[in-house]
Design a protein around this ligand. Structure first.
Ligand code: FEO
Length: 396
């Protein structure tokens, strides 16, 4: 999309689409791309809300110039979030618009100096401060740790447009449609949830705190820095972020496993068959040697049941299982029903490590825990079926 897109009178979407980056944060795959959204309010004081990733400056500038009148300048740049996917064009904008004031909070100051060497021309605001642009009014709401310490949201109060930075965002580029009523939200939901599970999940308690803070504000449009702008159904994304950050999950089971020679996989099949026999239909099986953790985490964040299965590898779980356990521990996964099983041949180490994770407070570990020696025998497979039944009974 070459031009700025007007959202309401004199408020423009001036974001860009990234179809080229393979890994977001150099970690998370982007098979459907991602958008970096920024916004411009044209008023007596022309105001930019965030920028885009460095490298997209030509497209970004084209949109700024399209939205602005001839010979108009930028008066304010509001920085809601300093992560470089949004702050990457600050220095170029500074050069182009030397009189532009950068509006930010006190936590932003250290980042903007550290990343870009900027320590002048800053207008430092506090929580609840307001800024008059002319016809439009901005109100600033600090929401630390959603996703960095300096993160804040800006509400344009005359239209009720909430510039929410990463909160309420999602993966997936915007293919022509920018607004929620122009895109198929259901088909985008997987990528929105994957963004939440990969980027935001660790900060779920802070998302809850931010949602409480936003409660009572007159919000008509949610304009995040990634994914669609919600102008018709802002509640669609607010409700999902509320549910995901409370770790409310759906009735279904993820089986995440690592298996070197197929013995643990045989147990996976026995557990999955037992779940099917008991009427569970939402089952996602991930071989951790094949599925990128990004997608495994997405499904774990969706479903209440989680089976973790591994074979011992040099006295430990496989590296892929260790990575998964480490992320889940760091994200403080809770409210889940956990089943664990696996194999060993001499010293063990996989099931015990998974068990250590599973016994931490917050989740419910189901019985039996099944650990087969060498290859699973009839008794082991029977115990796997029993575990499947236990999961189904608690889930359905
Ligand atoms: Fe999209 Fe936390 O940056």
């Amino acid at each position: 999309m070459k031009n700025a897109i007007e959202m309401t009178k004199d408020i423009f979407w001036i974001g860009v689409n990234d179809f080229e980056t393979d890994l977001f944060e150099s970690i998370w795959p982007l098979p459907e791309g991602v958008s970096y959204n920024a916004y411009l309010i044209r008023d007596q004081k022309n105001t930019l809300l965030d920028t885009v990733k460095k490298g997209f400056m030509p497209q970004f500038l084209q949109k700024i110039q399209h939205a602005l009148g001839e010979n108009e300048s930028i008066h304010y740049l509001v920085i809601n979030h300093m992560e470089p996917d949004h702050s990457g064009c600050i220095t170029v904008l500074r050069d182009l618009y030397p009189d532009m004031e950068i509006v930010c909070n006190s936590r932003t100051v250290e980042f903007i100096k550290g990343f870009y060497g900027i320590d002048s021309g800053l207008k430092v605001i506090a929580d609840g401060d307001q800024l008059d642009l002319g016809a439009h009014k901005l109100e600033f709401h600090l929401t630390p740790m959603v996703h960095w310490p300096e993160t804040m949201m800006t509400l344009e109060t005359t239209t009720g447009t909430l510039f929410s930075m990463d909160a309420f965002g999602g993966f997936g580029a915007l293919w022509g449609g920018v607004f929620d009523d122009e895109v198929d939200l259901d088909s985008r939901e997987n990528e929105t949830l994957r963004y939440y599970a990969n980027i935001v999940a660790k900060y779920s308690p802070m998302v809850q705190r931010a949602l409480k803070k936003l409660d009572g504000l007159d919000i008509h449009v949610v304009a995040p820095t990634h994914g669609p702008v919600y102008r018709s159904r802002p509640e669609y994304i607010i409700q999902r972020y509320d549910r995901w950050s409370r770790q409310e999950a759906e009735a279904g089971v993820v089986i995440a496993y690592s298996s070197m020679y197929g013995h643990t996989q045989t147990m996976v099949e026995a557990v999955a068959r037992s779940l099917i026999d008991q009427g569970v239909r939402s089952i996602r099986v991930h071989n951790l040697s094949r599925s990128h953790l990004s997608f495994v985490l997405r499904d774990i964040w969706r479903f209440k049941g989680l089976m973790l299965a591994g074979s011992a590898y040099n006295t430990k779980p496989s590296p892929s299982m260790e990575s998964l356990l480490s992320i889940l521990d760091n994200d403080q996964l809770k409210n889940r029903l956990l089943g664990i099983f696996g194999t060993f041949s001499w010293s063990g180490g996989a099931v015990s490590a998974i068990r250590e994770f599973a016994e931490k407070p917050g989740n419910e570990l189901l019985n039996p825990v099944v650990e087969a020696r060498n290859a699973p025998g009839d008794a082991d497979l029977s115990a796997c079926r029993q575990l499947g039944r236990a999961m189904a009974e608690r889930l359905l």
